[in-house]
Design a protein around this ligand. Structure first.
Ligand code: AMP
Length: 413
């Protein structure tokens, strides 16, 4: 299928590393795992962005056998808000997720129809220090993966008080220059004038160069919010650039919006991830007025950035400790792997009574630190020969009862 892909071992070790690193990081900041359905009623997504491409053009929607109008999720924030409204958990409610999203886009490098994100959402606090926490967690994630060429872009989109007058001002400015905009933004000006600001086409860039910016038209509370957020990022030593054209692709953002750009990537596809505040969204989706903020980070883009920066991931993940090679009937392979695994060691074996040569080949290929060899001599003596597969240390034979301790000693666990 165009725009989709399989991930097989050993390539999937990189994905394991991405997920494990994220889970560890956000758990350390008090976020709990949220799992929501991959599909929702279409209206869940329609409410979050009727004027956006994601909702208007790219949604995988269909009518199911029960005549419900369903959509595969194009993003997770809407589902998280739906879950928050449905279950009314106590706040602050801090959750993380990992999973697939679906958008009917033109497939190309870094752009797929089924793609994967990790993300967090935090509900119930309007404190700008929460903005700092959220932005910092994304930043730390990229750093933990070894990415160095990441730029953090920050903007404020104002709120229900200062956005409407700013929007009117911007619309007036752009309407006077409508014929200088790209065709798409000419047609959609009234729907969402802000989108013209982050259009990448040269004609829009030129026409909007002197356009009024929200950041210069913030009300006092929004202005203070931004100042405190910036002070927090400074205090944590996180570098960022204010990007007044950053409006993001979804309608619901208020105040802080941010994006992480991968500077090693081609600029058309360099958004590694992004997010922002959505203080009005829970209310709009039928819940009690509750502020929220979150981000979503694309895993495919992260892998591209890791490749572009030449960073190895996944290598740090634990490989097998031992591979049992048994050519004395198979009982040792069966029993020894079970014993090793029960002791918390990572062990594998061959099946089908293969030849010693073929079993050694599998052992080498498995990446295990050592082979535990049981031939007829070892079986008769109740012993196991240990063959180092990495450093080439001399082979030793130990009594069967000492194998677990010896493997532990060698792998340092
Ligand atoms: P968004 O939900 O549009 O804010 O996107 C958040 C992140 O998800 C982006 O920065 C990308 O890294 C990633 N992303 C969005 N759309 C796609 C796609 N079609 N294919 C791959 N990654 C995507």
């Amino acid at each position: 299928m165009p725009g989709t892909f399989d991930v097989l071992p050993p390539e999937s070790r990189r994905w394991e590393a991405l997920l494990a690193t994220f889970a560890r990081l956000v758990a350390s900041a008090g976020y709990g795992l949220l799992i929501t359905p991959t599909f929702e009623e279409l209206s869940v997504f329609q409410r979050v962005g009727e004027s956006t491409d994601v909702v208007r053009k790219e949604m995988y929607d269909f009518v199911d056998k029960g005549d419900r109008h369903i959509a595969l999720r194009p993003e997770v924030t809407a589902s998280a808000v739906r879950a928050f409204v449905q279950h009314h958990p106590t706040t602050p409610w801090k959750v993380w997720y990992a999973g697939s999203n679906f958008r009917y886009e033109k497939p190309q490098a870094g752009r797929y129809r089924e793609f994967h994100q990790v993300g967090i959402e935090a509900f119930g606090s309007a404190d700008p220090d929460l903005d700092v926490e959220v932005v910092a967690l994304g930043w730390e994630y990229y750093a933990a993966l070894g990415l160095q060429q990441v730029e953090l872009l920050v903007n404020s989109l104002g709120d229900g008080v200062c956005r409407p007058p700013y929007r009117a001002l911007l619309l007036q400015f752009l309407a006077e220059r409508r014929d200088q905009l790209c065709l798409e933004h000419r047609a959609r000006l009234e729907d969402n004038p802000l989108r013209a600001l982050d259009c990448k086409k040269p004609e829009c860039r030129k026409a909007t160069a002197d356009a009024p910016r929200q950041i210069d038209h913030l009300c006092e509370p929004c202005s203070l919010h931004l100042a405190r957020t910036r002070a927090g990022l400074d205090a944590l030593g996180i570098p960022y650039r204010i990007e007044t054209g950053l409006v993001r692709g979804l309608d619901y953002y208020t105040r802080t919006t941010f994006e992480y750009a991968g500077l090693a990537l081609d600029s058309a596809q360099n958004a590694l991830g992004g997010g922002g505040r959505y203080d009005g969204l829970v209310g709009e989706m039928g819940g009690p007025d509750t502020p929220g903020i979150g981000f979503a980070l694309g895993l495919e883009r992260i892998l591209l950035a890791l490749d572009a920066e030449g960073v190895e991931t996944g290598a740090a993940l634990p490989a097998l400790d031992a591979f049992v090679v048994d050519f004395a009937g198979g009982d040792a392979a069966r029993d020894l792997t079970a014993t090793l695994r029960a002791a918390g060691l990572r062990a594998d074996r061959a099946f089908d009574g293969r030849s010693p040569k073929s079993q050694f080949k599998s052992a080498d290929r498995s990446g295990a630190a050592m082979a535990l060899v049981v031939g007829p001599d070892e079986a008769a003596a109740g012993a196991v020969a240990i063959k180092d597969l990495r450093e080439g240390a001399p082979q030793v034979t130990v009594p069967r009862a000492d194998v677990v301790d010896e493997v532990r000693r060698r792998v340092g666990r």
